[in-house]
Design a protein around this ligand. Structure first.
Ligand code: ATP
Length: 346
């Protein structure tokens, strides 16, 4: 079986003057969780809606399961695409019980699934999300996180070819969001579902995705595993968007670069003036009166702390260290970098 379930080929969609989605090409593998990540307005939701068939592309093609569903004169309506959707407001029917909510999308399978088979499917889905005991409750009798799990159970019930999730946790508080991420990841993998998830939260994207798709201005900037996009961002913009990053001047000479920290190994050979990207947690400090940098600021966060260092040439760097590291303002430190660093020419 082909491993690619969804393929977008040069897809564009414009509403007003600027394109919302601009020449996007993307492959989604079967059974994987893809996360579309980008700032507000970068085209994530429009991409989902194009895949679902809720928008028609101006140009390009969308392929689903080896069949062209949009473009080349072809068009499959949303109901023919077998796509499940989960939105941020859960959209559960308030007047229906949990059982009836999950049963709802199975009603259209009336001819194909017997009454007993549909009831069994509801049980199976509620077991999957750990809420079988809530069968006869109404949505308002569940917590936000439980409602979100029911929304997922309902989307998965008709065994869709893909589940699209648009910021499904944005109504939940921070702690519940973190728990839900892990639960949803496990549920989707247990159901062997292919999923595309939209968020503007970097941490959520990195912890949930098998593949992260970074979007900006309607275009795809980078596609890769979470570790790859975080550690090897394709551009300075992607590096800065994906968490904290220090950028310092350097001169590249093949496999190394010279900068305020001395000679550093580069992730890929380069030459000439560059900006070096160093994540704050990639730096290691040792207190030393002969050290090359002075601690000029300390911000304590509990689980860790952020130190600002200043070198003799006025270069400044932020460093994350363990919260109780015994370094004080004005102290000098020797600084080293774990692993190789990324360099950019701009
Ligand atoms: P957010 O994270 O804020 O939801 P997004 O990345 O999902 O943003 P989209 O909703 O895809 O972004 O919107 C992309 C651009 O297209 C935005 O500039 C938006 O204003 C515009 N847009 C989206 N839908 C429409 C529409 N139906 N009519 C007009 N403009 C639209």
């Amino acid at each position: 079986m082909n491993d690619i379930l969804i393929e977008l080929r040069g897809v564009s969609k414009t509403f007003g003057a600027a394109p919302a989605v601009d020449d996007v090409s993307l492959c989604v593998e079967r059974g994987a969780i893809h996360v579309l990540l980008g700032a507000s307005g970068c085209g994530k939701t429009t991409t989902l809606r194009l895949i679902a068939g809720l928008e028609t592309p101006d140009s390009g093609e969308i392929w689903l399961n080896g069949e062209c569903v949009a473009g080349r004169g072809a068009w499959s309506p949303p109901e023919a695409r077998r796509i499940g959707m989960v939105f941020q407001d859960y959209a559960l029917f308030p007047h229906l019980t949990i059982r009836q909510n999950v049963l709802f999308p199975l009603a259209s399978l009336n001819g194909k699934l017997s009454h007993t088979a549909r009831e069994a499917r509801v049980r199976e889905m509620l077991d999957l999300v750990g809420l079988a005991h809530c069968l006869d409750r109404f949505p308002h009798q569940l917590s936000g996180g439980e409602q979100q799990r029911i929304a997922l159970a309902r989307a998965l019930a008709p065994n869709p070819s893909v589940v699209l999730l648009d910021e499904p946790f944005s109504n939940l508080d921070a702690a519940l969001r973190r728990t839900m991420r892990e639960e949803v990841r496990q549920i989707l993998h247990a159901a062997n579902a292919t999923a595309i998830f939209v968020t503007h939260d970097q941490e959520e994207a990195l912890s949930l995705a098998d593949t992260v798709v970074i979007m900006r201005g309607g275009k795809v900037q980078q596609v890769g595993a979470p570790q790859e996009v975080y550690l090897r961002p394709i551009s300075r913009e992607v590096a800065a968007f994906l968490g904290e990053a220090n950028f310092i001047h350097g001169v590249a000479e093949g496999e190394v670069a010279h900068c305020a920290l001395g000679k550093l190994p580069l992730a890929a050979p380069m030459h000439g003036k560059v900006s070096l990207m160093i994540r704050p947690e990639a730096l290691r400090l040792t207190a030393s009166p002969e050290g090359s940098a002075e601690v000029v600021a300390i911000r304590f966060f509990g689980h860790d702390q952020l130190l600002r260092l200043r070198f003799a040439d006025a270069t400044e760097l932020d460093v994350r260290t363990w919260g109780s590291a015994e370094l004080a303002l004005g102290e000098y430190v020797a600084v080293s970098v774990r692993g190789s660093v990324m360099a950019y020419t701009n």
